[in-house]
Design a protein around this ligand. Structure first.
Ligand SMILES: Nc1nc2c(ncn2[C@@H]2O[C@H](COP(=O)(O)OP(=O)(O)OP(=O)(O)O)[C@@H](O)[C@H]2O)c(=O)[nH]1
Ligand SMILES: [Mg+2]
Length: 302
């Protein structure tokens, strides 16, 4: 996991901790570093920003070095990564849910969006499982009425978790499914509505319109983007587009368990400035971890 990023930082450390580099040599080492970041799914803009933050601090470490160079370098990496990565504790989500439930007597609504196959439906099931463990009553709106077998998949997962799922027929208006679910959750005093949506890989106008309509009619308290960490530069484009067109509050990055590059987390935080709340690390219901930036940083610098 994350070997690509790890290697980029290691290579740079080796270069700068061995000898005192001239300004030109440091510039070359940073160019090499940027390329390594880019080949690990960090976007060029993000890589340039990382290098810009690192450059003056590295130059300083090089000047003041007296044997503890490596430690200082690790500390400055940690600082830079921590300035770029954004996290948000799931505890905050629990608090918001409880607050809305108790003050308004209304369910908290979460809309899940993202490209095809990114892991939306699986992530919703994992989040439902986690909410249930925390004493809440999530309900699933099967609003992907488009992809073959999507409704069965969502219903199966809801059954595994032990929660209610609301569905209509294939081809039905997804917004109507969402509204139906919200109405019945309100009547039944259920605490959270999780809206699953069809994956969309391109900014086709009608799909975007549909997504905007979904947002308008369901007025979600939170909109969560689910992104496959293996998708690299495509993932970056998707994140920008979804954020621009729909508006994103939190991000879940999936499939970190099989991501050998690891750069999308940095790219997404830098480019859309939205925090990652969870990461997916497998296919099981329990394979979801609250994202802490220290977790990623320690793995990158290990
Ligand atoms: N290894 C691994 N696989 C995952 C993870 N999250 C999801 N998957 C797998 O990715 C595949 C697609 O997941 P779905 O949840 O169906 O994705 P989706 O975004 O709902 O897909 P569409 O509805 O077709 O857009 C499934 O085989 C999941 O089991 C993860 O964190 N790690
Ligand atoms: Mg799905």
């Amino acid at each position: 996991m994350l070997e690509g990023l790890k290697r980029a930082f290691q290579t740079l450390s080796e270069k700068v901790s061995k000898t005192r580099l001239s300004e030109k040599e440091l510039g070359e080492a940073l160019e090499e570093f940027k390329l390594q970041l880019v080949s690990s799914d960090v976007s060029l803009e993000t890589a340039e920003h990382v290098a810009e933050l690192i450059r003056p601090r590295l130059a300083e470490v090089q000047i003041s070095r007296f044997g503890d160079g490596e430690e200082k370098i690790a500390a400055l990496y940690r600082q830079v990564l921590s300035e770029i990565l954004l996290d948000e504790s799931p505890e905050k989500l629990l608090e918001e849910i409880r607050l809305k439930n108790s003050t308004r007597g209304d369910p908290y609504i979460i809309l899940f969006v993202g490209p095809n196959g990114g892991g939306k439906t699986t992530t919703i099931a994992k989040i439902a499982f986690w909410l249930k463990k925390n004493g809440l009553t999530p309900v699933l709106a099967c609003a992907d009425t488009f992809r073959a077998a999507a409704i069965e998949q969502a219903k199966n997962l809801a059954e595994q978790v032990g929660i209610r799922a609301v569905s209509q027929r294939y081809g039905a208006d997804p917004a109507a499914v969402a509204v139906d679910t919200i109405t019945s959750a309100r009547a039944g005093h259920e605490s959270v509505v999780l809206i699953d949506t069809a994956g969309r890989s391109e900014a086709k106008k009608n799909l975007l319109e549909e997504m905007r309509k979904m947002k308008r009619v369901s007025s979600p308290d939170a909109t969560i983007l689910v992104l496959d960490s293996l998708t690299g530069s495509t993932g970056r484009e998707q994140a920008r587009r979804f954020h621009q067109d729909v508006g994103i509050d939190y991000v879940v990055l999936t499939k970190l368990d099989s991501d050998s590059r690891g750069g999308l987390a940095l790219t997404v935080c830098y480019e859309i400035k939205r925090p990652i709340m969870f990461i997916g690390v497998g296919q099981g219901l329990g394979d979801l971890i609250p994202f802490r930036k220290e977790y990623l940083i320690e793995r990158i610098l290990a």
